[in-house]
Design a protein around this ligand. Structure first.
Ligand code: ADP
Ligand code: MG
Ligand code: ZN
Length: 667
């Protein structure tokens, strides 16, 4: 088992619990290791896999946060093979499901899927017939959330299995799809929590995702009706079925005592709630040491393309890479441009039929006459090519989470890789127009989420002060020390850290401002809910009527920082949250099911009033990006320049292909 360093998380309510499950003396250990080696054909566990498998086999609810490619699937597949009964896996994409089941079957493991909507289809019929048997042969059954929602027959079969104690586990892959704050919300995912609660409340569950901000994490828990525990209790029924199938009930107590006496059992066996709705977290750093992040200012698409082709030709002539584009047209144009430059490029987007797309993916994966894929985000989940050496974004991604995912497809083999993002303000407005055109209800949470996501990723591009890694990781609630980027062993220093040596930056003393803000928040939040953005708005001195009318309590903030750029004010506020002086609190408005995020005093607020408190804040002179583009917060409603562009994107963009029942953007 690899050892890894302890990570500091911004939000202390959720901690990594993997250290509790490192014993090699569980009842299941021998069998588990044998199957790991012989059936899965693997030699070494990747970080946290071993612990996660242990926790699962102990019947504990587990939430696994692991970067893409970290090996999340094994965390449930291995326990599924050992456990008595069937493990249901909910996954959002049919292609992913097919791929997983094929891989399992190739290993000789009994897994199946139910992809067809029709219960009468041969596929579903066969699975149903098997599941009602006393001992179903399938260990893993993959389903989409739509299937579970729409098929009452499936739900009946699930209940039948549940009553017979034949469901080993419920697995929710890509769990961030549950949350409306996530970058990939799906309506059908949202219903899983309720279904789990009504259909199989006592079945242990496992949630897996590669991207979840603190806000999304909390929301997932809430949707799934789970609470966090550092020492979640073992689910008795699951515990029994997991690995003591042959033990009589009256022997159970003896076994519990035996387990309790072992030092590693920090899990409580005595206080077993009838309804175990707690879960433990397994998290590891999201830092990708081998990725080098850069943001390039885009004067025009043509100029960016020239830079891209020069870069590929000079540094990556025979290497594989991805160029992400916003629209389908863009994919076609870019790949044509690159081909003209003798670069082996092919387009990939949802406008092509499945066969064509598979063909291109196959060529690229196997290095057959294709080195670069020019793709929309349709080219994403499930891509498992280890030697991608660069990922270039020709345009702004739609969220920082999305960016982390997409750029994260580089360097999966651990070798050095480059991630470049081309940015200008027009792209940001382009996204805002797309969102605006797509989501009619401007007060909806979907609208707010998407706008907020674009704003955060644009802010990332605009921020030339802070380390890129630190910015990305902070978004996921992880505290990252810039020194690690500057002194990275693989020389993958980010552009901002590199610039640090040359650019003009100044540190200003913000102590009094910070004291004022935090002190006022203490009083104001008793009377008024205020979001971070809203606060930044007021500090800047915006005369938005909504602000002035609704929040008379907040008038004392008004214009208190009007000499600063708004993006700097927001950066300051985020830094305060990050330092623990302020915090953002999720608040659920029950009637409307809306989750809002409000500013509150943070856990470390008292430090501010200490005599020696000092707060320095770094500002840089506006030199690197042209002035007109460095304003983060142009009001886009007044910026409607050319909507023909939007229409083209609306027609062509897969992000906007609607799923059944879903108003949200989609692959
Ligand atoms: P994730 O879901 O976290 O993105 P996957 O579960 O799809 O990652 O795994 C990524 C790849 O790593 C797969 O090809 C898988 O077979 C491989 N893998 C997982 N665990 C191990 C391991 N312990 N040793 C070697 N390869 C592994
Ligand atoms: Mg996965
Ligand atoms: Zn850096």
């Amino acid at each position: 088992i690899e050892r890894y360093e302890k990570i500091n998380w911004l939000f202390n309510d959720i901690k990594d619990c993997s250290y509790q499950f490192r014993s090699t003396e569980y009842e299941h250990t021998d069998e588990m290791l044998t199957i790991f080696r012989n059936s899965f054909g693997l030699k070494h566990f990747r970080p946290q896999q071993f612990e996660a498998v242990n926790a699962a086999l102990l019947g504990i609810n587990v939430f696994i946060l692991m970067p893409t490619g970290g090996g999340k699937s094994l965390c449930y597949q291995l326990p599924a093979v050992i456990s008595k009964g069937v493990t249901f896996v909910i996954s959002p994409l049919k292609s992913l499901i097919i791929d997983q089941v094929q891989k399992l079957n190739a290993l000789g493991l009994s897994a199946c899927h139910m992809l067809s909507d029709a219960d009468s289809s041969a596929e579903c019929d066969n699975v149903y017939k098997e599941l009602v048997k006393q001992e179903p042969k399938y260990k893993l059954v993959y389903i989409t959330p739509e299937k579970l929602n729409n098929s009452s027959k499936l739900r009946n079969v699930v209940m039948n299995l549940y009553n017979r104690g034949m469901i080993a586990r419920l697995v929710i892959d890509e769990a961030h799809c549950v949350s409306q704050w996530g970058h990939d919300f799906r309506t059908d995912y949202k219903k899983i929590g309720e279904l789990r609660f009504t259909l199989m409340p006592n079945v242990p569950c496992m949630l897996l995702t590669a991207t979840a901000t603190p806000r999304v994490r909390n929301d997932i828990l809430m949707q799934m009706k789970l609470s966090v525990s550092e020492t979640a209790s073992v689910n008795k029924s699951a515990f029994k079925s997991a690995f003591v199938t042959n033990v009589q009930n009256n022997q159970m107590n003896k076994l519990e005592t035996k387990l309790n006496n072992r030092h590693y059992m920090s899990v409580s066996m005595n206080s077993l709630p009838a309804n175990n709705q707690q879960c433990v977290f397994f998290m590891q750093s999201f830092n990708r040491e081998n990725l080098q992040y850069q943001v390039e200012y885009k004067t025009s698409n043509a100029a960016a393309l020239e830079k891209i082709s020069d870069l590929i030709k000079s540094k990556y002539a025979n290497k594989s890479g991805i160029v992400y584009c916003i629209s389908r047209n863009e994919c076609e144009q870019v790949s044509e441009y690159l081909r003209k430059k003798q670069i082996k490029a092919l387009p990939y987007h949802a406008g092509m039929d499945d066969q064509k797309r598979q063909q291109i993916q196959h060529k690229w994966t196997n290095n057959i006459d294709c080195k670069v894929v020019c793709a929309t985000i349709a080219f994403g989940m499930g891509i498992d090519k280890p030697d991608v050496q660069y990922v270039i974004h020709l345009s702004l991604p739609k969220s920082l989470e999305g960016y982390y995912q997409e750029s994260g497809r580089a360097g999966r083999d651990g070798s050095k890789a480059l991630c470049v993002l081309f940015y200008n303000n027009q792209d940001r407005q382009r996204w805002l127009r797309i969102i605006s055109a797509e989501i009619k209800n401007k007060n909806s949470i979907a609208y707010e989420t998407h706008v907020d996501n674009v704003r955060r990723v644009a802010q990332y591009c605009d921020n030339q002060t802070d380390c890129r890694r630190a910015q990305i990781l902070e978004y996921f609630g992880e505290i990252f020390n810039r020194e690690k980027c500057i002194r990275s062993k693989m020389n993958t220093i980010c552009d901002n850290c590199k610039l640090l040596e040359t650019k003009k930056s100044k540190s200003i003393d913000m102590t009094e401002k910070v004291k004022f803000i935090c002190n006022s928040i203490k009083h104001i939040c008793l009377r008024e809910d205020i979001t971070l953005l809203h606060l930044a708005d007021i500090l800047k001195g915006s005369f938005n009527s909504k602000i002035v009318e609704k929040n008379h309590h907040t008038l004392e903030f008004h214009s208190k920082m009007d000499q600063f750029k708004k993006c700097d004010i927001e950066r300051l506020l985020r830094k305060l949250v990050f330092s623990g002086y302020l915090k953002e609190e999720l608040k659920v408005i029950k009637s409307s099911e809306i989750v809002a995020c409000y500013v509150r005093p943070g856990p470390k607020i008292s430090e501010i009033f200490a005599r020696n408190f000092k707060f320095e804040f770094e500002l840089i002179e506006d030199e690197i990006m042209p002035k007109k583009n460095s304003t983060c917060y142009l009001d886009y409603e007044s910026q409607h320049s050319d909507d023909s562009d939007v229409e083209e994107i609306l027609e062509n963009n897969e992000s906007l292909v609607k799923e059944k029942n879903s108003k949200d953007f989609n692959l």
